[in-house]
Design a protein around this ligand. Structure first.
Ligand code: NAD
Length: 274
């Protein structure tokens, strides 16, 4: 039970954090895993400049593990590859998907994980530019990748699409107008595609993480982070593997009758904690 042997998975935004944990967990469960991101380990340090302060910080700290993760997957006796893929670039997505199909034979699992998380400002101070960026990456990115992989999944009459939403999308988030709007919209996209995919045995589900202690989350405002933790029933952030294990389950054959759900992996942050 719960084996992904013979399946090929593609993870977007897989260079660090949850994407990296998802890739490793999918491989441990038996899948071959393709890691994609805008920023690769082999890129020059100044290549992060155009992607904003968070990307620059992560590159400076060496928190970009694309090739390393692929190597770890290979050591598990699974196939792996790394591709530069910007989820806002439709042409590049099409090329990468075609290359993966060519090299690996099929694409069975898509994890739409890539997102921008660092735009925090009250409505009057929201940057119009970052609002547009967040829509483009977090929402349109998931749409772009789902649309590109759809014909392959439809043809093989099997597929798993797993979208990363957030409790910011289901509960709202102070100062997170752009981020929470995109994450709420990802849930709408998930449900519509679940309806359309069922006839082809393509399931589409959303994971709703609470607070997960990734490098990106840790680089946020420490006081705000403390307040977030205090809201969880567990009084601690979740681990990246808590998300990854839920994704593995939704990707399995055994989850074949689950589609269109929002699966909270949130340590009870939405409970009446006091
Ligand atoms: N960490 C949390 O507490 C938390 C909570 C709720 C939801 N999430 C969601 O989980 C996912 C991962 O979060 P994380 O904490 O690992 O964040 P992260 O910033 O470490 O990871 C995001 C990844 O997306 C990549 N990316 C950004 N723009 C891209 C683009 N245009 N094309 C391709 N890749 C791009 C980044 O390079 C990075 O590798 C995101 O969707 C996030 O919204 C995280």
């Amino acid at each position: 039970m719960f084996s992904l042997e013979g399946k090929v998975a593609l993870v977007t935004g897989g260079s660090r954090g949850l994407g990296r944990a998802d890739a490793l967990a999918l491989a441990r469960a038996g899948a071959d895993v393709i890691i994609t991101d805008i920023l690769l380990e082999s890129d020059q340090p100044d290549s992060a400049e155009k992607y904003g302060p968070l990307a620059q910080l992560m590159k400076r700290r060496g928190v970009v593990y694309t090739e390393q993760t692929a190597e770890e997957i290979t050591k598990l006796n699974r196939r792996s590859a790394v591709y530069k893929m910007d989820v806002t670039d439709r042409e590049q997505i099409r090329e990468v998907m075609a290359a993966v199909k060519d090299r690996f034979g099929h694409i069975d699992i898509l994890v739409n994980n890539a997102a921008a998380l660092d735009h925090v400002a009250s409505i009057e101070n929201q940057s119009d530019e970052l609002w547009e960026r967040d829509l483009k990456i977090n929402l349109t990115g998931a749409y772009n990748c789902s649309k590109a992989v759809w014909p392959y999944m439809k043809e093989q009459q099997w597929g798993r699409i797993i979208n990363m939403a957030s409790v910011a999308g289901t509960l709202g988030g102070f100062g997170q107008a752009s981020y929470s709007s995109t994450k709420a919209a990802v849930i709408g996209l998930t449900k519509s595609l679940a309806l359309e995919g069922a006839r082809y045995d393509i399931t589409v589900n959303a994971i709703v993480p609470g607070i997960i202690g990734t490098e990106a989350w840790k680089s946020g405002n420490p006081k705000m982070n403390e307040r977030m933790i205090a809201r969880t029933a567990f009084r601690k952030p979740g681990e990246p593997d808590d998300i990854a294990h839920a994704i593995v389950f939704l990707a399995t054959e055994e989850a074949n009758y689950i589609s269109g759900i929002e699966l909270n992996v949130s340590g009870g942050i939405e409970l009446f904690t006091f």
